[in-house]
Write a protein that binds this ligand. Structure first.
Ligand SMILES: Cc1ncc(COP(=O)(O)O)c(C=O)c1O
Length: 406
């Protein structure tokens, strides 16, 4: 074993760009839905690396796939293709509406590809006037300059100079606001079937049907950003499968690699044909290590047992949260689907999600926020019931801790 230098949280402030504010502790090991920090303190993990560790930490199937591939081949670039990428693409095509796959390394990159493809598709089919991209208030699509400008929070894209143009925002779950913006100049509408960062807000079924209809009417592409909702998180392989609406382009990342960075854009053959050789690319996209792990994750998650288990776990989460709410009257509702849940704080506690999140960490529970008013849970899709119960006991203590301070 190599001798590593000793490092601590203080070093972050010394050597890292200050765009993050990480927690005081540094986790060093994880197993299933438990994590241990440098001091050996144990945490129950309801955060899942922000909806990424879909099979918990160090799942044997993923570890085995990674170790196997590590002994075979790490990287080629896209001058050549590779077996894990081809296998993963075939499985994604077989499991979804899609006929073609483009691999990226993150959610933002998958969305960047989707948006560039939509623009190219519109340009080649209809001409230069068809450029408008519409997304929704509070949406989040990544941090590249294109995706962050498409996202629904201007504060994230302000302050970096001139923004990509022809991007408009409608109100989520408000079809009239979309109708008012749409015309034959619209090239694509992009939406999250459940808004994640925006506060765990599910789209109404009627809204989704209406968006599809408007896209068809104006010959615009419908892009589903399933970076957070995809790969089993809502109890279906992809959230679009809960309804009768099928997108033209779908993006996926986060849970796709179960913790290994990988993203993908899925679409049809006709649409994909507009990204001809040389029009787009990535050195690492389709990396063999990433695709080998993602293949193992997809094989493990896309089974009736795991997908139904997600819905069972949702019931366990809701049961435990209801018991806490009975005692403290803290939440106005529990929103979301499957293992993507948001506990919405009542008027009295609005704006204080971060306090509950910090108190939870104090009590040995990793949770998340989704804006100032929502505590978010995005754990492993296979988290055991006992870990849910124990995590919720810690969460109840955290709630008591916050309330006792006031
Ligand atoms: C819906 C959605 N799209 C895109 C992204 C960006 O993904 P990444 O951080 O991997 O670039 C996120 C990340 O939170 C997301 O939730």
């Amino acid at each position: 074993m190599a001798e590593y230098m000793q490092v601590g949280r203080a070093l972050f402030d010394e050597v890292m760009v200050p765009n993050y504010a990480p927690a005081p502790m540094i986790p060093v090991r994880g197993q299933g839905s438990r994590v241990w920090d440098q001091q050996g303190r144990e945490y129950v993990d309801f955060a899942g690396g922000i909806a990424v560790n879909a099979l918990g930490h160090c799942h044997p199937a993923l570890v085995s796939a990674l170790k196997h591939q590590a002994d075979q081949l790490w990287h080629l670039s896209n001058v050549m293709t590779n077996e894990p990428a081809l296998r993963l693409a075939k499985k994604l095509v077989d499991a979804t509406f899609a006929e073609k796959v483009y691999f990226a390394n993150s959610g933002a990159e998958a969305n960047e590809a989707a948006l560039k493809l939509a623009r190219r598709w519109a340009l080649e089919n209809f001409g230069e006037q068809k450029q408008q991209i519409i997304s929704f208030g509070k949406s989040f699509h990544g941090r590249t300059f294109f995706t962050v400008t498409v996202g629904g929070q201007a504060s994230y894209s302000d302050g970096f100079g001139p923004k990509p143009a022809a991007i408009d925002h409608a109100q989520y779950n408000d079809l009239d606001s979309l109708k008012a913006l749409m015309s034959d100049h619209t090239c694509a509408v992009i939406l999250e079937p459940v808004q994640g960062e925006g506060g765990i807000i599910p789209a109404d079924a009627a809204f989704l049907r209406g968006v599809r209809q408007l896209c068809d009417q104006h010959k615009a592409l419908l892009i589903y950003d399933e970076v957070q909702t995809g790969v089993g998180r809502t109890g279906k392989l992809y959230a679009y499968m809960h309804s009768d609406v099928t997108p033209d382009i779908l993006t996926t990342a986060k849970s796709l690699g179960g913790g290994f960075p990988v993203g993908a854009m899925l679409t049809t053959t006709a649409i994909a044909s507009h990204l001809k050789v040389g029009t787009h690319g990535s050195t690492y996209g389709g990396n063999p290590l990433a695709c080998a792990v993602a293949e193992a994750a997809l094989d493990t998650i896309n089974t009736p047992e795991v997908l139904q288990g997600v819905l069972q776990r949702e019931q366990w989460f809701r049961r435990e949260l209801a018991a806490i709410n009975e005692q403290y009257q803290l939440f106005s509702e529990i929103r979301g689907q499957g293992m993507l849940l948001g506990a919405v704080l009542t008027e009295q506690y609005k704006g204080r999600s971060r306090e509950f999140f910090l108190a939870a960490a104090d009590q040995g529970l990793l949770a998340l926020v989704a804006g100032p008013d929502v505590i978010r849970f995005a754990p492993s899709l296979v988290i055991p019931e006992q870990d849910i119960i124990e995590g919720m006991q810690r969460f109840a203590k955290a709630v008591a801790q916050v309330l006792n301070q006031h």
